[in-house]
Design a protein around this ligand. Structure first.
Ligand code: SF4
Length: 296
């Protein structure tokens, strides 16, 4: 069996940046102070374990009061946070290290700008996803978060001037269906493209190019292999999107979070096995998966 790793999979640059910031802080503080991260640093249990072994501790905003007296340092992860988190940290005397992905920061800025101009803000995303909580926070929780066309038509005031955004890791076909449904019904609709960063991030909308740019490459890779093992954390949004892309191109695609989930029968008669992953799947873990499959 020939086993390869998809060269376009693994950490996106936003996650590389966040993990690097955490590693730097752990080295810098060493014995001086504990380094905390607000929520799991990325949606991957293996990488969380690795960083926790180096001393990173995961906390929630509810822990800020108890951290206050210790002069704690808290990292904001790539998903970003609402303004209320920064306020609370300031009140508690907590030092924030902001590792919000610049793409998410830009999205938050754009949402705030249109909200301030009186637009009805619509976000294609998951209401309780960390990134969306941050976006909701910058517009006073007055945006409408929808997951499909039906929800959009049921909840949006079609008479208002409206701007449509997407959580950065959603799937583009559903976004386009929502856009098309709204475009014929709303007189003043803006589909925000974050144009000033479009070249840099290949954005046609606010879906991150680090996710959508991988879709056609992954589909080709999946079709070229007999079996695909897709490795990601189950909480990863782009993991779900990219897994669906691979599964559509190759029905013998299997999702795992841990090596113990591999099943021998998946590989029966297979000559080529491809390993791919989400933007939060570490390369070192895909290498471990590769080794286990190669030894079969
Ligand atoms: S997928 Fe895009 S928006 Fe999300 S962390 Fe990576 S670079 Fe940033």
């Amino acid at each position: 069996m020939k086993v390869t790793i998809d060269q376009h999979s693994g950490f996106c640059w936003g996650v590389v940046r966040t993990v690097q910031i955490a590693e730097d802080q752990l080295v810098k503080e060493r014995t001086e102070r504990n380094v905390y991260v607000l929520g799991h640093i990325i949606h991957n249990p293996k990488e969380i374990e690795r960083l926790e072994a180096k001393g990173l501790k995961t906390v929630s905003v509810d822990d800020f009061d108890s951290l206050a007296h210790r002069g704690a340092k808290v990292i904001i992860r790539a998903h970003g946070e609402p303004p209320s988190t920064y306020r609370k940290a300031w009140e508690c005397g907590i030092e924030i290290v902001d590792a919000t992905c610049p793409v998410v920061t830009k999205l938050q800025e754009r949402v705030r700008k249109f909200y301030d101009q009186g637009y009805q803000v619509v976000v294609f995303g998951k209401k309780d996803h960390a990134e969306v909580l941050g976006v909701r926070g910058v517009c006073n929780d007055e945006c409408i978060v929808i997951k499909n066309v039906d929800e959009a038509l049921a909840q949006i005031d079609l008479a208002r001037k409206t701007v449509l955004f997407s959580q950065t890791t959603m799937d583009r076909p559903t976004f386009q269906a929502i856009r098309d449904a709204l475009q014929v019904r709303i007189k003043e609709l803006i589909v925000d493209t974050m144009e000033e960063i479009a070249t840099e991030f290949h954005a046609k909308d606010t879906i991150c190019g680090q996710v959508s740019g991988r879709e056609h490459l992954l589909a080709a890779y999946a079709a070229a292999n007999d079996v695909i093992i897709f490795v990601a954390g189950r909480a990863s949004s782009n993991g779900k999107v990219l897994y669906d892309v691979a599964k559509a191109a190759n029905p013998r695609t299997y999702f795992i979070e841990d090596i113990s989930e591999l099943k021998d029968e998946w590989f029966e008669g297979a000559e080529t096995v491809g390993i791919s992953g989400a933007t939060s799947t570490p390369q070192w873990f895909m290498e471990e998966v590769k080794k286990v499959i190669s030894d079969k």
